[in-house]
Write a new protein. Structure first.
Length: 131
């Protein structure tokens, strides 16, 4: 399975009107709950694992929720890449490659790259790496 990076030219050019306007996201524990709020404010569905009682859950439990709710999993955890690569089917994973940052800085960083993420998801990428 290839990884589409939002910093590489692998992400296809998709006209803005063809980008998904309503997706469902599950935000992993190492990311701020405000990221879910930001996604909701842009018309998507998003829930943080804290909001569904999975704050201290193991990766398989979080994966199971993403599968059952048909949600794109947004994470900083590389373990989900392995799970996704070993699954014939499963949710897309958006892998954030950002070091320590304030919540505001992380959301600003995410916002600048979000159009490329939507394009990669629209193209059917199973793993989208954000750099």
């Amino acid at each position: 399975m290839s990884i589409s990076s939002t910093t590489e030219t692998k992400v296809p050019e998709i006209p803005p009107e063809a980008l998904p306007t309503h997706l469902r996201f599950l935000i992993d524990a190492r990311l701020p709950p405000r990221l879910a709020t930001w996604l909701v404010s842009r018309g998507h569905e998003a829930v943080h694992v804290f909001d569904v009682g999975l704050a201290s859950a193991e990766d398989p439990d979080i994966w199971a929720l993403a599968v059952s709710s048909h949600a794109v999993l947004v994470t900083k955890d590389e373990d989900f890449l392995t799970i996704r690569a070993m699954s014939a089917h499963g949710p897309s994973v958006v892998w954030l490659r950002i070091g320590n940052a304030t919540n505001r800085a992380l959301i600003d960083w995410f916002a600048k790259r979000f159009g490329s993420v939507l394009a990669a998801l629209a193209a059917g990428q199973g793993i989208v790496e954000m750099r």
